[in-house]
Write a protein that binds this ligand. Structure first.
Ligand code: B12
Length: 228
């Protein structure tokens, strides 16, 4: 009975969190994020099933011409307000192997909300993340990868026009570091495209990025170089 009540509370709070992002209500989002903490709900679950879910709905509303740029940006503001409260409480998974990641959104692409959520999940895995930001020149990915020799290079693209840049980065990095593991993602990307471009992995959502990273490392048979 009590367990059922807790379950109902959790569902309600996560739904409120998602709705506050969709309705671009910054204060409601903060209040729902604080409730997540008060009720002992897993903050990582709240980021995925609340904030991310809400922002994905915003994407659909934009595609359906129900939302425009202003609404989308206000929703992102609500999402980040909630994330600011939840992120410090997201528990790092100590049981995973250490890994270093380089991540960024490809040149010409200023979309970074999805990429930032993927980064949060890598942080939560306890991995060291070098975030290059958005609209990252192709050479910069290569330079950073050569500098830190990351276990995984993760690239995001949200537009069909910019995603070809990822193919170029992959071949540029491969010619310097053939064994570098590369994961790509973003709305126009599929697993088939990822493999066609020569990437080692793909994840459809931030929630799947860590397990995909672990699979990539396991498949490669390489030991991770760890945090540095
Ligand atoms: C928000 C948004 C914007 C914001 C970006 C704000 C920001 N700082 O990110 C603003 C308003 C600035 C914007 C601008 C533009 N946008 Co816009 N935008 C969107 C919108 C509505 C939502 C994207 C989003 O944040 N979704 C929510 C997040 C949570 O989901 P996500 O991004 O998909 O990320 C998830 C996964 O894809 C995955 N993932 C993402 N990256 C990675 C990386 C890795 C390694 C992995 C493993 C996984 C992964 O995990 C994420 C979390 O689960 C989409 C529509 C849509 N349905 O996607 C259009 C959309 C992407 N935009 C589009 C366009 C065309 C533009 C503009 C050119 C518009 C214009 N005419 O000016 C400009 C481009 C500016 C530029 N040079 O980049 C088009 C792209 C079309 C195409 N196929 O090429 C879309 C699809 C809208 C449309 N239907 O036309 N946009």
């Amino acid at each position: 009975m009590a367990a059922q009540r807790n379950q109902n509370n959790e569902e309600k709070i996560l739904a409120t969190l998602a709705k506050s992002v969709v309705d671009f209500k910054v204060d409601d989002c903060r209040a729902a994020a604080l409730k997540v903490l008060d009720f002992g709900i897993d903050p990582t679950l709240a980021v995925m099933k609340g904030l991310t879910k809400g922002m994905e709905k915003v994407g659909f509303l934009y595609d359906a011409n129900e939302y425009f740029v202003l609404e989308v940006l206000m929703s992102a503001e609500a999402l980040y307000a909630g994330l600011k409260i939840l992120k410090p409480h997201m528990k790092k998974d100590r049981d995973l192997p250490n890994a270093t990641i380089v991540i960024g959104s490809v040149a010409g692409d200023s979309h970074d909300i999805g990429k930032n959520l993927v980064k949060v999940m890598f942080d939560t895995a306890g991995w060291k993340v070098h975030d290059l930001g958005c609209d990252v020149p192709l050479d910069t990915f290569v330079e950073k990868q050569l500098e830190v020799n990351a276990d995984i290079l993760a690239i995001s693209a949200m537009m069909t026009t910019t995603m070809m840049g990822m193919k170029k980065v992959i071949s540029m990095v491969r010619s310097e570091r053939p064994d570098c593991l590369i994961m790509i993602g973003g709305a126009p990307v599929t697993r088939d495209i990822a493999y066609l471009f020569g990437a080692d992995g793909y994840a459809m959502s931030a929630g799947m990025a860590v397990s995909e990273g672990l699979d990539m490392i396991a498949r490669s048979g390489k030991k991770t170089r760890g945090l540095y």
